[in-house]
Design a protein around this ligand. Sequence first.
Ligand SMILES: [Zn+2]
Length: 48
Amino acid sequence: MPWKIRCANCNTEKVLNISFDISSQKTIYIYCNVCKRNTFNEILGYYE
Ligand SMILES: [Zn+2]
């Protein structure tokens, strides 16, 4: 499922493809290829 997320550190929006539902959480801690490290990312919603 594609999810639209935004890095809380650099504010880059990107699409994350994962197979489970993350709509119940507000943030996800994941690698950001702009920051080149793991950061908190805000989950903006399901990407259509
Ligand atoms: Zn970032």
